[in-house]
Design a protein around this ligand. Structure first.
Ligand SMILES: *Cc1c(COP(=O)(O)O)cnc(C)c1O
Length: 377
């Protein structure tokens, strides 16, 4: 058996065969027309997935490298408001503090709506930059990027948005929403291997870059290299990963971005229908402005069922789902439904999860598998 397990995590995700094969070739020069062609394909597909007319840049490093690049190039010693309703929102705070920013944390409980009234007060008081996680992966909630983007424009603050688990899986319109810096990672909705981060920057943000940027994550240097002919990166990139990402992007283009987003919505609805049928609670608490994530679902463990019992059995059956992070550990479990997932993966995962709940002593009210199948059928 080639793969021991089906990975249904909120990253990394299963890799289509074409994507894997793209990494298996002989080395190529990263300053060559051949590399430039791969770069150009990626930029074409990702600028539409980001919803921007700006060309996204490629950083060799995981998604966090792009989060850090965003702050390091604009946020040094600035006044930053970090919107938080989960683990990745908290990570933005840690990064902001490293760069000497004057940080205001606008924190809600994990999975609860963001406090936009506090944000507006902070903007009024003159904050320079706002950070938000579009799809908060730790809690399974989709945050209101458009509303926050408009607020930031109103007060002329830069808006940094982490789209790591929304880009390629949900609707993203960076330019229209007023996003200034948008980041994503390769191993989530794009269904590429781990290890690349992509970042786009608005004209406004280019004008507000710090005068002492970091060395490896110097965004103006990335921009300069990307504008060469053929385009390139300032330092040697992870070439095999770039070639794999190009294949993932071509797959996205073939499926069609809109179809891909619709597919993610359907998978999300199916998994939520299963959770409801089981009689379990969804962890996040969306209101009119927030919604459930379409790329990852977080459900509360029923009383008496441990994370170990549930995920242990699921894993034994050959499927990996995620637990909760930090204080959500042993409170929730999470099913990733991003990337190359369809009915077989979703129904297989839900079947085994349902079985695991029963074996752990919880009797589901109804069959989640049936409820999901109805959504998918
Ligand atoms: C996964 C993830 C990250 C971190 O990405 P790494 O690739 O692990 O560095 C950041 N933000 C969100 C929302 C994520 O889901």
């Amino acid at each position: 058996m080639e793969n021991e397990t089906l990975i249904m995590l909120p990253g990394p995700v299963q890799l289509p065969e074409r994507v894997r094969f793209a990494m298996a070739r002989q080395a190529i020069n990263h300053r060559s027309p051949e590399f430039g062609a791969a770069f150009t394909d990626i930029v074409r597909v990702l600028s539409s997935a980001f919803g921007t007319s700006q060309a996204p840049m490629i950083i060799s490093g995981s998604g966090t490298a792009a989060m850090e690049a965003a702050i390091a190039n604009t946020g040094r010693n600035k006044r930053i408001a970090n919107l938080i309703n989960g683990k990745f929102g908290e990570r933005m705070v840690s990064i902001s503090k490293r760069y000497g920013a004057e940080v205001t944390q606008i924190a809600s409980e994990w999975g609860a709506p963001l406090n936009l009234a506090s944000l507006e007060a902070e903007l009024e008081a003159g904050c320079d930059i706002v950070t938000m996680i579009h799809n908060e992966t730790s809690a399974g909630i989709l945050n209101p990027a458009e509303v926050v983007g408009k607020l930031c424009r109103k007060y002329d603050a830069l808006f940094i948005l982490d789209g790591i688990t929304s880009i390629g899986g949900d609707t993203v319109k960076a330019d229209e929403w007023g996003v200034d810096i948008m980041v994503t990672g390769s191993q989530k909705c794009l269904a590429a291997p781990s290890g690349l981060a992509m970042i786009s920057v608005s004209d406004r943000a280019w004008e507000r870059m710090t005068e002492n940027p970091p060395y490896y994550l110097d965004l103006p240097a990335y921009k300069k290299s990307a504008h060469k002919n053929p385009p390139e990166t300032p330092y040697t990139p992870a070439v095999p990963l770039v070639l794999a990402l190009r294949e993932s992007c071509l797959i996205i283009e073939e499926e069609g971005l809109e179809n891909r987003v619709q597919r993610h919505h359907r998978m999300g609805e199916a998994v939520r229908a299963a959770v409801n049928a089981w009689g379990l609670s969804l962890f996040s608490q969306p209101d009119a402005l927030h919604s459930y994530s379409n790329t990852v679902t977080a459900a509360c463990l029923p009383e008496g069922v441990t994370d170990k019992a549930l995920r242990g059995f699921v894993k034994k059956m050959g499927i990996q789902i995620a637990g909760g992070q930090d204080h959500a550990k042993d409170v929730i479990f999470r099913i990733g439904h991003m990337g190359a997932v369809g009915a077989p993966e979703i129904l297989g995962t839900l079947s085994v999860t349902e079985l695991a709940l029963r074996r752990a002593g919880y009797m589901p009210q109804e069959s989640g598998v049936m409820a999901a199948a109805e959504q998918l059928g």
